[in-house]
Write a protein that binds this ligand. Sequence first.
Ligand SMILES: Cc1cc2nc3c(=O)[nH]c(=O)nc-3n(C[C@H](O)[C@H](O)[C@H](O)COP(=O)(O)OP(=O)(O)OC[C@H]3O[C@@H](n4cnc5c(N)ncnc54)[C@H](O)[C@@H]3O)c2cc1C
Length: 298
Amino acid sequence: MYDLIIIGGGPAGITAATIAINQRLETLIIAERWGGQTTYTMQLEEMEGRETITGEALLDAFRRQLDYLDFARRFDTVTKVMPEEEHFVVETARGDCFEGRALIIATGAKPQRLNVPGEASLAGRGLSYSAATHASLFLGKDVAVVGNGRRAQWAAASLARKAHQVYLLAPEPLVTTPLASRLRQMENVEVAEGVMVKEIHGENFVEGIVVAMPDGQEREILVKGVFVKLARTPNSDLVREWVDCDSRGHIIVDVYCATSWPGVFAAGDVTLVSEQVLVHIGEGAKAALSAYHYLLMH
Ligand SMILES: Cc1cc2nc3c(=O)[nH]c(=O)nc-3n(C[C@H](O)[C@H](O)[C@H](O)COP(=O)(O)OP(=O)(O)OC[C@H]3O[C@@H](n4cnc5c(N)ncnc54)[C@H](O)[C@@H]3O)c2cc1C
């Protein structure tokens, strides 16, 4: 029986495992693979090689610690998690079965990509998936944000404070939020709804985005940056039936990363907390300490 089983090997899971092991908890981390989602060190024409993802270096150090501790990690897919009396049973695709007194769910979310020409080759060269990380690099420039939900609106509002002009290109009407009406009134934000992205172009760096407007006309918008902020799906299926989630499947947590089920904690993109490596390093650490406190009391 483990004290703590952590599911997920992204920033939240890796940090949680390191903290738990440092507290001498009998810990097992199970992940399909290390590292979770991709992060990019953004390069722009005028600032080749500028380092922006400070969380990555920290995460690497944590990951290296876990690489030595092979008894504490498994590369496998968790297929089932069941609550039992005072403990949890975790089953994997390879047929293993583990028991733990507490759980941290750090399984991340599935991002939605544009899947258009230019997306893969220009990622990190003006194309970003993280406004929180990269918006400040686009001071005084023209940029586009693709998406219609809360995250896209937040990115557009944040960029409007820094960029010269922001084009919010929404595939569907903007989700109704207080920010949506503010965005429509901002002088340097153009909101276009019902548009479809066809291509992102640029030789070495993003130079423009081609979209089909609602009337079918093609329009080319010259921008130096494109932020893709489409909806993502939290990987919460393992616990969704017995742990409280919101309507989109994010696991609901309190400020201690505790879920509605005693002994189950969650951290990272699987919750509603803002998506950034640096933030999720902190969330993972918090979840591990909360699980430790829970174990001390039970
Ligand atoms: C394309 C892209 C670019 C990004 N760029 C940046 C950036 O530049 N800067 C930045 O700060 N943030 C960036 N982000 C956001 C950042 O990557 C995420 O916020 C962060 O990785 C989330 O961490 P996490 O630990 O919650 O989950 P993830 O990193 O998604 O990791 C989830 C982990 O869970 C594992 N897992 C899932 N299901 C199971 C299962 N059933 N069994 C076993 N293991 C499972 C996966 O294998 C993985 O190890 C980007 C995101 C994307 C998609």
